[in-house]
Design a binder for this molecule. Structure first.
Ligand SMILES: [Zn+2]
Length: 193
């Protein structure tokens, strides 16, 4: 089974794509003040649907995404796919600067993180930063901001860290997924839009 990674850019964020989102996602996009934030939110939500739809063999608008926050019950939590068909893929989404990335794991939790290096206080720490965030999102690290590198229990936890090569220069990215999965298969979605 293969880990899937999908990339797109802010340039693909067309208003026409709003029609693919559900009511909550559309409200979230339209509530954002800055056009760049709206664009990143739009392209991330749409690409998540497109990737899951391709995986499940359904239409993007048919994908059901639950974003219930584990902390407060609000609609801003990490996305989870809801489906009657089994197995349901695990997903993770990240965006930074001009790039958005979606990771899809057919089995077990996945965490992905992309970061524009220029936005970091310490650009030299970019690789550690995205690795830590990806581990946290995959549930493989207890804390995202404790400054620790990959926990020693990583192998025992059965997860693997894959460094990703973002399609644009000036970014770093990593994905964490079950070690049993094949190396990530990369899809560039409307990257030339
Ligand atoms: Zn919350």
């Amino acid at each position: 089974m293969t880990l899937e990674v999908w990339w797109s850019s802010l340039a693909a964020a067309d208003r026409d794509l709003l029609g693919l989102l559900d009511v909550g996602e559309r409200a979230r996009v339209e509530s954002l003040e800055r056009p760049a934030d709206r664009g990143r939110s739009l392209i991330s939500a749409v690409m998540l649907r497109v990737a899951v739809a391709a995986h499940l063999g359904i239409a993007p608008a048919e994908v059901v995404v639950d974003r219930t926050c584990a902390e407060c019950g609000g609609p801003h939590g990490a996305p989870r796919i809801v489906s009657d068909s089994t197995p349901v893929p695990w997903v993770s989404v990240s965006h930074s600067g001009l790039l958005a990335v979606v990771a899809l794991s057919p089995r077990g939790p996945v965490g992905v993180d992309v970061q524009r290096i220029g936005d970091l206080t310490d650009p030299a720490s970019g690789r550690e930063w995205v690795t830590r965030e990806a581990l946290f999102k995959a549930g493989a690290a207890a804390q995202a901001d404790d400054g620790a590198a990959a926990p020693p229990s990583l192998a025992a936890a059965g997860v693997a860290v894959h460094e990703l090569r973002p399609p644009f220069a000036g970014y770093v990215a990593a994905v964490v997924a079950p070690a049993e999965l094949d190396a990530p298969r990369i899809t560039h979605w409307r990257l030339d839009a």
